[in-house]
Write a protein that binds this ligand. Structure first.
Ligand code: PLP
Length: 363
């Protein structure tokens, strides 16, 4: 009997497993599993949504996100015509893979790189090529060595999730310089706003270098606290944006999402507050957990990768123990990091609860 069959490669995809949001028996949990903002969105973004719900929801949203691109352009000093908006930046990662790689093409990503990359690559029908990292950090030399005549795209999360490590501006420039001009470099800067290193740069300059082969993706899901609204954007060459526009969903960013994102991007004080909160807790959390015997990978994001001396068994036991206290963190066995947990920095109270629970786990 003839059967319908999915496209080649799709069954290689391990479906994405989101961080849990509930624990049986708990009315409320402390969720430190998905790198969401503990401060939530700007009150101005919430206000903007309320103002929009009164009328107009029967109408399709602006398919070009004109006002939102204008606002992003103003705040970041970018040309609105080189900005594209999307339903979360993950949509852009899919569109880029689909737009520039197909059967037989290779797409490079890093060993502990964001788990969405292999999914987008298989979904496009292309072949993922995973490159070894060095001390949980992307290795430019190794990436360049992995390039073949079939390479079409290199994906780099900078800073990366789940490791929190980053590459300096000079390293990213060296990567771009070492890649052939006909290889698209996708710089995923979902955590750019959190970075406090002078030598970091999200990569807008590389987009402007004239070769039309670099794009930078950004998101409203992390520091802006709007993960529930699904808004991402990218700054890229017009020629690449033209391809993305051809294949994206026409009305991919909803009316309320656009309204909230416009207010959120303009509220630079709220972003600064969220960054300050993160910068305050990053050393405290890292030090507290290291004092308990864990190894913490230095992170530029709003989360830390915590390695257990006792390996996968201990990491699993710690995860279970935290759950018994109503705290959800992220196991990262799907990244081949079963001996570690990824912990998102939360509110003051949540961070204190996490540290207290870890302390009692080890006592
Ligand atoms: C969270 C995250 C994203 C953003 O996803 P959205 O679809 O914008 O919510 C992109 N890249 C990385 C590395 C992330 O961690």
């Amino acid at each position: 009997m003839a059967r319908i069959t999915p496209r080649k490669g799709l069954l290689n995809i391990t479906p994405y497993k989101a961080g849990d949001a509930k624990i049986d028996g708990f009315d409320r949990v402390i969720k430190l599993a998905s790198n969401e903002s503990p401060l939530g969105p700007s009150p101005k973004a919430v206000e903007a949504i309320k103002n929009r719900t009164d009328s107009g929801l029967q109408l399709y949203p602006d398919p070009t996100c004109r006002e939102l691109r204008q606002a992003i352009g103003e705040i970041h000093g970018l040309k609105p015509e080189q900005i594209i908006c999307s339903a979360g930046s993950e949509e852009l990662l899919h569109l880029l893979a689909k737009g520039y790689a197909t059967d037989g093409d290779e797409v490079i990503y890093c060993q502990y790189g964001f788990i969405a990359y292999p999914i987008t690559i298989y979904a496009a029908g292309a072949t993922p090529v995973m490159v070894q990292e060095d001390n949980f950090t992307a290795n430019v030399g190794a990436i360049l060595a992995a390039v073949t005549p079939k390479t079409k795209i290199v994906n780099l999360a900078n800073p990366n999730n789940p490791t929190g490590t980053y590459l300096a501006k000079s390293e990213v420039a060296r990567l771009r310089q070492g890649l052939r001009d006909d290889i698209l470099l996708v710089l995923d800067a979902a955590y750019a706003e959190y970075v406090a290193q002078d030598d970091y740069d999200a990569g807008f300059d590389l987009v402007d270098n004239g070769m039309e082969n670099t794009i930078v993706t950004r998101t409203f899901s992390k520091i802006y606290g709007l993960a529930g609204l699904r808004v991402g954007w990218a700054y890229g060459p017009k020629s690449v944006l033209d391809i993305l526009h051809r294949i994206r969903g026409t009305f991919n960013v909803g009316t309320l999402s656009q309204a909230a994102a416009i207010a959120a991007v303009r509220d630079v004080d709220h972003v600064a507050k969220a960054k300050a909160h993160n910068s305050k807790w990053m050393p405290i959390m890292s030090q507290t957990l290291e004092n308990l015997g864990m190894t913490v990978t230095a992170s530029q994001g709003n989360f830390i990768l915590v390695h257990f001396a006792g390996g996968p068994d201990q990491a699993t036991a710690a995860d279970q123990y935290l759950r018994s206290k109503g705290i959800i963190v992220r196991p990262v066995g799907n990244y081949d990091l079963a001996g570690a947990l990824r912990i998102t920095l939360g509110t003051d109270c949540e961070n204190e609860a996490l540290c207290a629970a870890m302390s009692s786990f080890f006592s």
